[in-house]
Design a protein around this ligand. Structure first.
Ligand SMILES: NC(=O)c1ccc[n+]([C@@H]2O[C@H](COP(=O)([O-])OP(=O)(O)OC[C@H]3O[C@@H](n4cnc5c(N)ncnc54)[C@H](O)[C@@H]3O)[C@@H](O)[C@H]2O)c1
Ligand SMILES: [Zn+2]
Length: 405
């Protein structure tokens, strides 16, 4: 038996934020990030709509990018004091994911972070509150997904919390919120969305329900991502829907080892001054993983089908897969994303020598590979890598060399 779960309601199109007026309840807490939503007036509007709905409103502000376990625990404490019946998370993947984890802790104050990370092991929520997610970036699609990514900074590792319990009740996909994204964010979140669609399409957990979403998302991303990056706001608006479709696909169809590696490399070099931003990591690793997974028959067929579907050319199956890899790499070039960790600057742009020194990467490689194999996303990857293969694959992702194994 498989399951296909989505929010009960999804409001989309310009002005969809107003759907907050339709909520019924007594108290709503709004969870937001570092300031962009406030700066552009969306936080005030959200607060006003909730007040119009007759609710008392409290704010949990300042949720950082790649939110920490501490942020989650502190936010849950505030929720316990305020007793909201609606949790409204507005912003990018970071505040929404943090709010999801706070929600679990609010409903079950005794639960530990380790217990939360047990895949599909979250106890039943909604005894205290329901959840609205309003996305302001066009990438993570966390407004529709069963996932939340929280970083344990002591270990430098991102942990996915995965359970349909945390699929929001209401998703609001209002493209106006995404129009204020800076270019770099458009690039990274857009490549994150493409990776979601491609991984969901070849995942062993994909289905007839998730395939159409994944394929249509890919078509839209091919048509609109680069234009959106270059400032075309109609394309930007469509990308907001495209990323959400990709999210619907992967929330039930799951992901693969591009994400496993991105989760385990994201924060592990922070002592050298930067993070490898989630979407950029995916963008660099996706071509390598396509080559690796293509040794699996079913995955190879599916990659070739994507190439046909997107009109990328190629006669034989191998040529089509090569065309897909070349397509992803050409997107990276157009979006100013490097092709390997070695060339990833602290500012995320391509550079001769990136912020992760070779000897540090090699020193940490065995542990990163082990962690990546153990990541929740590895189980649904079409090909299960051994420790040795994962290390080799990560090396290709560092040096930008060909995957021939
Ligand atoms: N839950 C999931 O299913 C899922 C999937 C993929 C990634 N993630 C996680 O989500 C996080 C990344 O989320 P993200 O890429 O959406 O970025 P983010 O939420 O970390 O935001 C990045 C920055 O962009 C700013 N910002 C957000 N929206 C803006 C807007 N409209 N205009 C101007 N600035 C804006 C924020 O203030 C912040 O400074 C990572 O922790 C990643 O691991 C979660
Ligand atoms: Zn992602």
């Amino acid at each position: 038996m498989q399951r296909f779960t989505n929010p009960r309601d999804l409001y989309h199109g310009k002005g969809a934020l107003e759907a907050l007026k339709l909520l019924k309840g007594k108290r709503a807490v709004i969870c937001v990030g570092g300031g962009s939503m406030k700066r552009f007036g969306f936080l005030d509007r959200a607060k006003q709509y909730l007040e119009e709905a007759g609710m008392e409103v409290a704010l949990i502000e300042g949720i950082e990018s790649d939110p920490s376990v501490t942020t989650v625990m502190n936010g849950a404490q505030k929720m316990l004091e305020f007793q909201p019946d609606w949790i409204v998370a507005i912003g990018g993947g970071s505040p929404i994911d943090a709010a999801k984890a706070m929600w679990i802790k609010y409903e079950y104050p005794e639960i530990t972070f380790e217990e939360m990370c047990k895949v599909f092991g979250i106890p039943e929520l909604r005894h205290k509150a329901r959840f609205v997610a309003v996305s302001s970036t066009s990438g993570t699609a966390t407004e529709v997904t069963a996932f939340s990514i929280i970083t344990d900074y002591e270990k430098g590792i991102k942990y996915p919390i995965a359970d349909f319990q945390i699929t929001p009740d209401v998703a609001i996909v209002d493209p106006e919120l995404a129009e204020t994204m800076p270019k770099k964010l458009v690039a990274h979140t857009g490549m994150d969305a493409l990776t979601h669609a491609v991984e969901a399409y070849v995942s062993t957990a994909g289905s007839d329900y998730t395939d159409p979403m994944a394929l249509h998302a890919m078509t839209m991303i091919k048509n609109d991502l680069v234009d959106s990056y270059n400032g075309n706001m109609d394309a930007r608006d469509r990308m907001h829907n495209a990323q959400c479709l990709a999210g619907i696909a992967f929330s039930s169809g799951l992901l693969g080892i591009v994400h496993s590696m991105a989760h385990k490399t994201g924060a592990v070099f922070q002592d050298y001054g930067a993070h490898i931003i989630h979407g950029a990591a995916n963008a660099m690793y996706l071509p390598k993983v396509i080559a690796f997974n293509a040794k699996d028959e079913r995955a190879a067929e599916r990659y070739a089908f994507i190439a046909d579907y997107l009109g990328l050319g190629g006669e034989t199956r191998d040529e089509k897969i090569a065309a897909l890899i070349a397509f992803v790499r050409s997107l990276n070039d157009k979006l100013n994303i490097p092709h390997g960790i070695k060339f990833y600057g602290a500012d995320s742009y391509p550079t001769e020598q990136g912020f992760v020194p070779e000897h540090v990467f090699l020193e940490r490689l065995p542990q990163i590979a082990k962690e990546a194999i153990g990541d929740a996303c590895t189980g649904s990857n079409p090909r299960q890598p051994s420790q040795e293969e994962m290390e080799k694959l990560l090396k290709c992702c560092y040096y930008d060399t060909e995957v021939d194994f």
